[in-house]
Design a binder for this molecule. Structure first.
Ligand SMILES: Cc1ncc(COP(=O)(O)O)c(C=O)c1O
Length: 393
């Protein structure tokens, strides 16, 4: 395994800090490494593998496409998969139209361009984003990301992005002027530390967007797709965006992104304004339709709410028991963060040694984003491993 990792390092650009594990297969909510060891997965490929591993429904659907042997035809032509997935997205979101792409950053690039075109007729171009936000690594998306650590060494960034404080409506009001065209926000901040919006904040943004004729963009790349117990996180708050960006779990493990827009935003782009060669890829959308069908199943969503409450309760019990090491639990549904007072990597590495996968968010949060198919018994196993690790620190 070490030789494999060493050889790979020689040919892959050094942009990631990886754990020394090589995964070869998976089953349900477990990954299996090259030694045959099983790892209970509370990372899910960073909130991607919503239906776990070796999922029969996804495999059956993509197998049908593989047997036909046509995975891609480009956006010069039509195919039936784009209609099926878009109809489900519209049914679930109660928005109007879909643009397909391949990743979260691309979905946000589409949203930023849409916002700029929306504002262009009256020379409005400023986009308000939040401190601690994360929107991706392409130039527009990283510029919209409200964290200096992602900016340093990459100046100059995209012009016209201004930052306000998350969950602080007054700070947003202070930066709004007649040059603004949009607000972009994660309803539940992910990379910034698993920080949920308050209802007042999201509703306040909706009111400000209406008052100043701004597009309200919700980046649900991480918190969307059922993770918070409703198809989309904004439905937990009952506050609707004009533009919704999605990726990660949308393709159930196959790269897929989308921007979904309301009627306020559905006539802004014209042919030629924006495009993606792979956007709406047949293989990706065949998998996506399976994941979206799951979100149409109310009992699947109810289970996420129940399992999320069980997870939160278990984590809260640990905070009560180990107050010198743990600070608090934050999150919604199956997107939870344990804010720690110790080094989060002591916990993450300790869990890895015990064959449990968890991932960091911000500098002091251990994040739990398991497949949505995680079982209550598996949450119990995770909590007992986590406690052993915390106890030993
Ligand atoms: C909220 C949010 N937006 C955008 C992105 C970027 O997604 P991608 O890595 O698919 O470009 C991420 C990735 O973590 C994210 O969490």
């Amino acid at each position: 395994m070490n030789k494999y990792i060493d050889d790979t390092k020689k040919v892959i650009l050094n942009t990631y800090t990886k754990f020394p594990v090589v995964f070869e297969s998976g089953e349900g909510n477990y990954l299996i490494d090259s030694n045959g060891d099983k790892y209970l997965d509370f990372v899910a490929g960073i909130a991607v593998n919503a239906l776990g591993y070796n999922n029969k429904e996804i495999k059956d659907e993509i197998t049908k496409v593989i047997e036909k042997g046509v995975f891609h035809t480009s956006n010069l032509y039509w195919h039936s998969y784009e209609l099926e997935a878009a109809s489900k997205l519209i049914n679930l979101s109660k928005l109007e139209k879909v643009f397909y792409c391949n990743s979260g950053a691309e979905a946000n690039e589409a949203a930023l361009k849409l916002a700029r075109k929306f504002g262009s007729k009256d020379n409005r171009f400023k986009i308000i984003s939040m401190n601690h936000s994360f929107h991706g690594r392409t130039y527009g998306a990283v510029s919209a990301t409200g964290q200096d650590k992602y900016h340093k060494n990459f100046y100059p960034l995209l012009d016209g992005i201004i930052y306000a404080d998350f969950n602080d409506l007054e700070s947003v009001k202070k930066v709004i002027d007649d040059k603004c065209c949009a607000i972009i926000v994660e309803p539940l901040q992910g990379e910034g530390g698993i920080i949920p919006s308050t209802k007042e904040f999201l509703q306040g943004l909706r009111d400000l967007a209406d008052k100043h004729n701004l597009l309200l963009i919700f980046d649900e790349v991480q918190c969307g797709m059922g993770r918070c117990g409703k198809p989309f996180c904004y439905q937990v708050y009952d506050v609707k965006p004009d533009v919704l960006t999605l990726a990660k779990a949308l393709g159930g493990g196959i790269p897929c992104g989308a921007m979904v827009v309301s009627s306020k935003a559905d006539n802004i782009f014209s042919p030629g304004d924006h495009a993606s060669t792979f956007g709406g890829n047949i293989l990706a959308l065949s998998a996506s339709s399976v994941v979206l069908s799951k979100l149409e199943d109310q009992s699947f969503l109810n289970e996420i709410v129940e399992k999320g409450a069980f997870l939160t309760n278990g984590l809260n019990n640990l905070v009560k028991k180990y107050p010198e090491k743990l600070l608090q639990v934050r999150g919604l549904g199956l997107m939870q963060g344990l804010v720690v007072k110790c080094n989060p990597f002591d916990i993450i590495n300790g869990c890895l040694n015990k064959k449990l996968l968890v991932v960091r968010a911000a500098s002091d949060v251990v994040r739990f984003v398991p497949p949505l198919t995680i079982k209550k018994e598996e949450i119990e196993i995770m909590l007992s491993i986590l406690e052993e690790v915390i106890n030993a620190i």
